[in-house]
Design a protein around this ligand. Structure first.
Ligand SMILES: [Zn+2]
Length: 376
């Protein structure tokens, strides 16, 4: 059985008309899945999000931060917002901002619980993956770190977790949460912090104390394109995760690394994105999948629909169902095909050379430290 979070309850929240984070894309993505027949069937179950409790949020966030966020829920201004990264252009306070964060987190935690209970092999919360939120600070459009809270749920049950983040931005909040433990392997492939927010995720960030060797970062130069991703998967992600041999795989499937994104410039094709999802599926682990960034709505809805299809071993036709096009038209969306015509070209040599240096460094630093579960 595979579980999908039905995000439609979340569509009442809104970061504002000028903000690049468009919550309505969740409804359009779910609508496209529905139009392809991917929300019903004997092996598919959907469920609605519920709000995470304050107690659950405190597994990562501080009491002071959660309290301030709760006070801003009316969209009102309260003192000390800036200290907590709130009320900025990136992390606005809007009516229901606390509920929004808590619903997304509750859904990811429930996905983890479904996996733990053996009721789901794959659970997908496309609203999740808000990977930048810090213990006492909102950051990068992320208020509550649902991924960290879901992983905590898995850890409390004694599981070892591999978290792989293919969002264009470094998964800094999740790395921060588990930087000193070997119970979670974090792997983030992203656009180099020299060129994009949040300015971290360099190859020499490999974890500390018990966690040394269990944080992996693959920064890519802009215009990385498909060849670079192929190499990152075949030489880093797959072998490292196989060595670690986790009980549960958690992935952050941000769609902002795709060609045409308005924020990032990594230029991955939808064909490659689909192959990334297949590669995760091929690991054969219980799998909690989260969404993430993505600022070209046409890309996001197609990427996550393709992802959910591949999670269910469905090979979708490239022809978009016409009823969905009608639903999407008011948003100015008119896509011709599911995978798109825009196939990214080969990766530039400077990208591949730089990547070779990164991989060589990881082979020197992380590989000797990384090991699988203790044999008892
Ligand atoms: Zn991102």
């Amino acid at each position: 059985m595979n579980c999908l979070v039905d995000p439609r309850k979340l569509l009442e929240y809104d970061f504002g008309p000028l903000h690049p984070f468009k919550i309505y894309r969740l409804g359009l993505a779910y609508g496209l899945m529905e139009a392809y027949g991917l929300t019903t069937g004997p092996s598919i179950r959907t469920f609605e999000p519920r709000e995470a409790t304050e107690e659950e949020a405190l597994n990562f966030h501080t009491e002071g931060y959660v309290e301030i966020l709760r006070l801003t829920d009316t969209g009102m201004w309260v003192p000390n917002l800036f200290v907590h990264g709130l009320g900025t252009g990136d992390n606005p306070v809007f009516p229901g901002v606390y509920e929004w964060g808590m619903y997304v987190a509750g859904a990811s935690i429930d996905c983890a619980k479904e996996i733990l209970a053996g009721r789901a092999e794959v659970a997908f919360n496309l609203a999740g993956g808000l990977h930048h939120a810090m213990p006492a600070r909102a950051s990068g459009f992320c208020h509550i770190n649902d991924g960290v809270l879901a992983i905590h749920t898995l850890l409390k049950d004694g599981k070892r977790v591999a978290y792989v983040d293919i969002d264009a931005h470094h998964g800094d909040g999740v790395q921060h949460a588990f930087y000193k433990t070997d119970r979670v392997l974090t792997v983030s492939v992203h656009q180099s912090g020299h060129t994009i927010f949040p300015g971290s995720g360099f190859v020499d960030e490999i974890g500390q104390e018990e966690g040394r060797g269990y944080a992996v970062n693959v920064p890519l130069l802009p215009s990385a394109r498909d060849d670079a991703y192929e190499k990152v998967f075949s030489q880093v992600i797959l072998p490292f995760v196989k060595t670690y041999d986790p009980d549960v795989l958690v992935t952050q499937l941000g769609a902002d690394a795709l060609l045409g994104d308005r924020v990032a410039g990594l230029e991955m094709s939808l064909h490659r994105f689909e192959q990334c999802v297949d590669a995760f599926h091929g690991l054969g682990k219980p799998w909690l999948a989260l969404g993430g960034g993505g600022y070209d709505v046409e890309n996001v809805v197609r990427a996550w629909t393709l992802a959910w299809a591949r999670m269910n071993d469905v090979d979708l036709s490239d022809d978009i169902p016409p009823e969905w096009l009608t639903q999407a038209a008011p948003y100015g969306i008119a896509v011709a095909t599911l995978r798109g015509e825009r196939k990214a070209s080969a990766s530039p040599q400077r990208v591949m050379d730089d990547l070779d240096r990164v991989i060589a460094k990881l082979n020197d630093t992380v590989v000797p430290l990384l090991s699988g579960p203790a044999k008892t």
